[in-house]
Design a binder for this molecule. Structure first.
Ligand code: FAD
Length: 452
């Protein structure tokens, strides 16, 4: 049987399935084969031409099961897609096959009033989930800056942290993910309920080792976050103030530091450029006074203080994390970026890199909680000068002690610590024994010995 006959037979099977939309047009196949990988010129070249052969949208878990059964029966790759905002080509189908849109599975099933743990279907948008939680006095602990458009399933399987990471660390830290409902890629598929320990192997695995239909997450009590932005004349003063803020006894939800040339190019709601470096913070109401005090003590200038709730669609959070890169690329698409955890102390490494790379490297820092310790991460804006230059910069950062999370690679491992996670591979063996889920993205599976 040729590949096109296999896809035609698969489509014929799927036409019979209730609550399943089939999008068979070339436009849909192209549109749903891309995500936000275009921030990386390396990935742009690598992923060009990767395209699905069929796109489906299930409206029920039963329809998901039917798609899993058919893909398994015909041996056709299956790639899951939330909102397609990932930056690593996570939901680009490297080997064609079916792309399954998870966005119509969006029920919020349960909010436990005693613990605040919420159970939700994976296509639910983070914005909708957070809104639901806020009407019950709760909120999500972690949000990507794409929180308006991204799905909770895509965040869990493809994201890592963001707004809230200064307090709550990262999604893979124990305590956030409490349980998963998973459909396996077997014929017949199994529907499994995994506890917190079993769920970890599917957390940030790019949908390579199970179809997640629902998840349970811990939440936090709602806080009426206040926005504070502060200008600093010197870069060292800005970094020093950020460290003082995160070490103070206040409840912070965001602490970003932007080098002056970035501030000049951000949208108007960042405030007028002042020729200075800028801190953007979210803090609980009782922490505003302390931030003002710390700013005065370091000789910095408060630019703006106000309730986040009053800002409508243009809050400070939409200037941070990878939104900073997005805004810079809107001005000049030749900018790209890197991600890293900075060595401590941070200033000498920042200064050395700046001295060497000059205006090709603009600093954007984010304060994070890394396994219980307050650290600074960096998502520098980098002028694209070719792959070799990018690799030299990555090596330079590593030589200085930074831990680089390379956003110019396609596998789970290479975008993380570079290490194969045996539990992720073992879960794939159990839940996707024929290796059909998002093939090519889990290096530990592709590189396993042939007889495994
Ligand atoms: C401007 C910008 C800013 C960003 N800021 C952040 C940030 O602050 N923090 C951050 O972590 N990321 C960030 N990202 C990356 C991305 O937006 C987030 O990770 C987002 O949460 C992904 O959600 P999504 O619904 O778009 O997922 P998708 O891109 O659709 O999918 C991501 C991965 O999850 C898998 N997947 C989706 N649904 C399921 C499912 N049901 N079961 C199993 N696997 C599934 C997909 O196959 C894919 O591998 C940013 C991206 C952009 C473009």
């Amino acid at each position: 049987m040729t590949r096109s006959t296999v896809i035609a037979d698969l489509e014929n099977d799927l036409i019979q399935v209730d609550c399943l939309e089939i999008l068979a047009t070339p436009e849909a196949q192209e549109r749903f084969s891309r995500d936000s990988y275009d921030y990386s010129p390396v990935l742009r070249q690598q992923l060009e031409g990767c395209q699905s052969e069929l796109v489906v949208r299930p409206f029920t878990v039963e329809a998901v099961v039917a798609v899993a059964a058919s893909c398994s029966r015909y041996g056709v790759p299956l790639t899951l897609r939330g909102s397609g905002t990932g930056n690593y080509g996570q939901c680009v189908p490297l080997r064609g096959g079916v792309v399954m849109l998870m966005g119509a599975l969006r029920k919020i099933r349960h909010l436990d009033p005693a613990t605040g743990v919420v159970t939700v279907e994976t296509g639910c948008l983070l914005r909708d989930l957070d809104q639901h939680l806020s009407s019950h006095g709760r909120q999500l602990r972690l949000l990507p800056s794409t929180w308006r458009s991204a799905s909770v399933g895509g965040f869990l399987a493809g994201g890592s942290g963001g707004i809230g990471s200064v307090r709550w660390g990262f999604l893979r830290d124990p305590g956030h993910l409490q349980a998963l409902e998973v459909i396996t890629l077997q014929d017949p598929p199994q529907q499994l309920q995994l506890n917190a320990v079993e769920s970890e192997a599917l957390n940030h695995a790019y949908g390579t080792n199970g179809i997640i239909t629902a998840l349970s997450l811990a939440t936090a009590p709602a806080v009426a976050w206040q926005e504070v932005s502060i200008d600093c004349r010197d870069w060292s003063q800005a970094v020093d103030l950020a460290l003082r803020c995160v070490r103070a006894a206040i409840d912070l939800n965001l602490c970003s530091v932007l080098e002056q040339p970035i501030v000049d190019l951000l949208p108007h709601w960042c405030g007028s450029p002042s020729g200075q470096h800028r801190l953007l913070l979210l803090v609980s109401p009782d922490g505003v006074g302390t931030l003002e005090r710390l700013a005065i003590e370091t000789g910095a200038r408060i630019v703006f203080v106000g309730a986040e709730a009053d800002r409508g669609g243009t809050g400070l959070r939409e200037l941070t994390w990878n939104h900073t890169t997005m805004h810079m690329r809107a001005v000049d698409p030749d900018w790209t970026y890197l991600q890293m955890l900075l060595p401590q102390p941070e200033l000498p490494a920042l200064a050395t890199l700046k001295q060497y790379w000059g205006e090709d490297l603009l600093w954007h820092l984010e304060a994070v909680n890394q396994q219980g310790v307050q650290r600074l991460a960096a998502l520098p804006i980098v002028r694209w000068r070719g792959k070799q230059s990018l690799e030299q910069l990555i090596s330079h950062c590593r030589e200085l002690g930074a831990v680089v999370f390379n956003p110019h690679v396609i596998t789970v491992e290479d975008g993380g610590l570079g290490v194969i996670d045996g539990d992720q591979v073992a879960a794939k063996q159990r839940f996707d024994p024929h290796g059909l889920l998002n093939p090519g993205k889990l290096r530990g599976w592709s590189s396993r010995p042939a007889n495994d």
